[in-house]
Design a protein around this ligand. Sequence first.
Ligand SMILES: Nc1ncnc2c1ncn2[C@@H]1O[C@H](COP(=O)(O)OP(=O)(O)OP(=O)(O)O)[C@@H](O)[C@H]1O
Ligand SMILES: CC(=O)N[C@H]1[C@@H]2OC[C@@H](O2)[C@@H](O)[C@@H]1O[C@H](C)C(=O)O
Length: 354
Amino acid sequence: MRTVIGLMSGTSMDGIDAALLRTDGIDTAEPGAFITIPYSDGFRAELRSCLGGQGPIPDVERALTEAHARAVKALLADAGLRAADVDLIGFHGHTILHAPEQRRTWQIGDGALLARLTGIPVVADFRTADVASGGQGAPLAPLYHRGLAAGLAKPLAVLNIGGVANVTWIGADGELIACDTGPGNALVDDWMLARTGRRYDDRGAFARTGSIDAVALTALLDHPYFERPAPKSLDRDAFDPAPVAGLSAEDGAATLTAFTAFSVERVLEHLPAPPVRWLVTGGGRHNATLMEMLADRLRVPVEPVEAVGWNGDALEAQAFAYLAVRSRLDLPLSEPGTTGAPRPVTGGRFNPVA
Ligand SMILES: Nc1ncnc2c1ncn2[C@@H]1O[C@H](COP(=O)(O)OP(=O)(O)OP(=O)(O)O)[C@@H](O)[C@H]1O
Ligand SMILES: CC(=O)N[C@H]1[C@@H]2OC[C@@H](O2)[C@@H](O)[C@@H]1O[C@H](C)C(=O)O
């Protein structure tokens, strides 16, 4: 068993999730302390300027890494631990470009610098090896989801609604199918910021006051991505919200929220059997309007992961702690069913404390 810190800077660009986990990287995972350190509006704008692989990347990468070092220190203080008590950090970094069909994926974040700043060895660059092998490089949380879900009724779906949404389908014998389903919160967040000045739609209260525009929703769903079989993955800005441009702020929020829910429903056609239950993790589970739309479309129980005792704010950060240990043990981080890699693939780059 190792004591590990997982660090995730997700596509929502809301901040850094930092989670402690005691794990063997196989079938044991005991969650510990968890914190989120929000980005300032200024830094969020800098990060946004790097999306697509452009902008002042070296400066932003250094600032991002320093922010992660501060998050590690804050987590240690919270947990009453010292750096010497932690064996390893799993550092996801921030995705600024994801184009697996061109065999490119890019997470900024300097693992060697983070190891130096924290005094703790770091595994970083989790997605490159999978993409190099021909896989999608995402999602990578599915093996962790499967580990946690032992003992729960199957087939089970774990749905992560971050900036982008991704699902892990777990069959009766532990077989996995995973993919990004479509947009998560990113389109709604961008819409809220542009139209109301708020960063997100708190509990979905704003979308609830609007009406879904059927024409715009049909246009949004008319995208070849939804026909493609799993595994498949997305860049943050893969969908063009142009169909909602002429709508009122409320109707646009309602329609984009529905777009997320309907695109999750579209994944059913690519699964071997319908899940008996959907467990929802990530910030989107706080959006009550979205959760109701999902229950409506999926017609089986749709519940936050807290229903089975998991922490939906910490889960994806924990996953990168778990994957960091797997990387050190040379175990796979992905399987053909999760990323489309031709065989189970390990990954991650190790940065010892110099
Ligand atoms: N109270 C809330 N009501 C509605 N939405 C919320 C609430 N809290 C968080 N969210 C949504 O969740 C988002 C953050 O989710 P999360 O932290 O899972 O994203 P992420 O880490 O960027 O994810 P990923 O890497 O999986 O894309 C916010 O941008 C917001 O849209
Ligand atoms: C390329 C990339 O960073 N993908 C993220 C993103 O955020 C959600 C979705 O798109 C998922 O594919 C992935 O993150 C999760 C945590 C994963 O790899 O499992």
